[in-house]
Structure formats: C-alpha cells, structure tokens
Design a protein around this ligand. Structure first.
Ligand code: PXG
Length: 288
C-alpha cells in the first residue's frame, strides 16, 4: 500500500510523521472520510469544501489547492488499485516546537490513505441496530464547534466506549440542552407519519455529506424533510429511525435505550432511501 505524504507516495511502512507534529501532540488538525464506489469518488467536491471550511475555522493553511488535492486523492486510488473503498484524508498542523501555539509549525502535513472499509456487520442492515443514549455530550459551538471535522474526537470516542459497555455499536449524543445532536460517527434521522426529521446542525450535528444526500433524495421522492430540535421522546415514538455516514451509508435503528422503535424492523422509507442512495453513489462525484 502506498500512502500520499506531503507530496510523495511512500510505502505504508515508511509513511511516518514527526513526534513533534501538532496533530499528534494536540490533536491540531482536520480530516475527511470519503468513499469510492465503482471508480467514482462520491461527492468529492462536497468533502473538499467541508475540509476547506474546517481549515478556515482553525486558521490552518492547506498547502495545496482543492484541484491538487482532488488529483492527489484520485492518484492515491489509482496507485493502490482501489476502485471501491475508503479514503482517509488528514491535514495536520505539521511539525513544530512543544507548546500549543501553531506559530512554530511552518507547514501543514497532508496525508492520504486509500484503503478498504469495514461497514457495520451486514446482518445489522437487515435486522437494524439497537443503540443507546450515553452520558458524554456533543461539544457545543461555544466550546469546540462540532462543524469542524477536527482530529479531536475524544468525546465521541468516550461515547463509543460507553455504547460498547451497554453492548451497543452506536450511541446517541445529546447536546448541552439535552436535544439529540447525532451519534458518535453518524447523523440520525427519524420518520414520523411520512415525514423525515433530523437534528438541525445548530444542535451539534456535523453537516454530514450522507446527511445532505439523504435530504436531497427525500425531497426528490416528495418526502417532506424538517431539520429541527429532537428529543429522545420523538425517537422513541418514531415510525422509523436510521443513521447516516460515509462508512455506514444508511443503517436502520430498531431500538433506543431498550425501547422498540416502530415495528422493531427496518422500515419501508429507510429501505427506499437506502436504495435511492445506492443508485446515485457511482454516478455522483469525481471519476478516477
Ligand atoms: N457525525 C460525525 C461526528 C462524524 O464524524 C458523520 C457524522 C457522518 O458524516 P458523513 O460526512 O460521513 O456523512 C461523521 C463521519 C473515519 C471516521 O475514521 C469518519 C467519521 C466518523 C468516524 C470515523 O474516517 N465521520
């Protein structure tokens, strides 16, 4: 496997960064997770736009243009023979001195890993996930803006571990006000009386690329969509519930906190939207 590291392709075992990289020392950096479906890099432009927004937010100068980044991503897939897979793109603050200030880091580091991805076990797409609400909260915009896809994922990691302690693969994270924000690595949707609802991004949800795709696909299918405040009450009483993410795609949720949602089986609108999503993935994006 070849890794793109600061402008060159190096073997996996030689792909090393400095222990003085502020991405490692302080989690100072940003990332994207991107899928490739049948040689099509799904919604690459949207991922790059989000990356550049995250960079602007943390005053990080990405040492490449979006066009150069797009080409480096395509080349990472080509050199590794990846036609279906997962791309992990990182931009770290780069090497500097000890101390929080990025002033000592002259150049950001760019790392591109093109690999394959393990989704949730297949059975969960057929029977649905049972998830739980965990105590760890999603950080609010007044602390670390959750719209920044940063290398600081500790609260999401804690939430993921709390889910595992309850035998669940995913967890709902609430925001400071107690509204549902999202899951640890996925956005959440419910269907109630034929309408689709998802937490507004102001509740601490990442503006997920899959989330945006599902909203678009639902609107195309004449399913009304509302981005709003949601509490666990709405989720427990929903007809259907599902999660969205680059790795997960759309995955049904049939239980929250031990309470059955809807019929306890993946619902028809979830299945319809997942099918519509599959139809678009290899046609929407950058061809290799
Ligand atoms: N919320 C959070 C907090 C995420 O990190 C999503 C929602 C879904 O967004 P997309 O754009 O993928 O539809 C994410 C997704 C990884 C990795 O290892 C990436 C994510 C989550 C966990 C792991 O690349 N991001």
């Amino acid at each position: 496997m070849k890794i793109f590291l600061d402008g060159a392709f190096v073997n996996k075992d030689d792909a090393k960064i400095s222990v003085f990289d502020h991405g490692l020392l302080y989690g100072d950096g940003i990332f994207e997770g991107i899928r490739v479906y049948r040689k099509c890099i799904y919604r690459l432009e949207e991922h790059l736009e989000r990356l550049w927004y995250s960079a602007k937010d943390i005053l990080l100068n990405i040492p490449m243009t979006p066009e150069e980044m797009s080409e480096a991503i395509c080349e990472s897939c080509r050199v590794n023979g990846i036609t279906d897979g997962y791309i992990r793109l990182l931009v770290t603050r780069g090497k500097g001195d000890l101390g929080l200030s990025p002033a000592s880091c002259p150049r950001a580091s760019v790392i591109i890993i093109a690999d394959t991805i393990r989704l949730y076990p297949e059975e969960h797409y057929n029977v649905g996930l049972s998830i739980v609400t965990v105590p760890t909260r999603r950080s609010g915009p007044a602390a670390l803006n959750p719209a920044i896809k940063s290398l600081n994922y500790l609260n999401n990691i804690l939430a993921k571990m709390e889910a595992a302690q309850h035998g669940a693969l995913e967890a709902i994270m609430l925001n400071d006000q107690g509204y549902v924000a999202e899951c640890t690595g996925d956005n959440i949707f419910i269907i109630h009386k034929g309408k689709l609802y998802t937490p507004d991004v102001s509740n601490g949800a990442l503006r997920g690329i899959t989330r945006s795709a599902v909203i678009e696909l639902a609107e195309k299918a004449d399913i009304p969509v509302k981005e709003c405040n949601l509490t666990r009450h709405e989720i427990w009483n929903a007809d259907e519930c599902f999660l969205t993410g680059t790795a997960a795609e759309l995955i049904p949720v049939v239980k929250l906190d031990g309470r059955v949602i809807g019929t306890g089986k993946p619902g028809p609108l979830t299945q319809k939207l997942h099918a519509a999503f599959h139809e678009e993935v290899s046609t929407r994006g950058q061809m290799l």
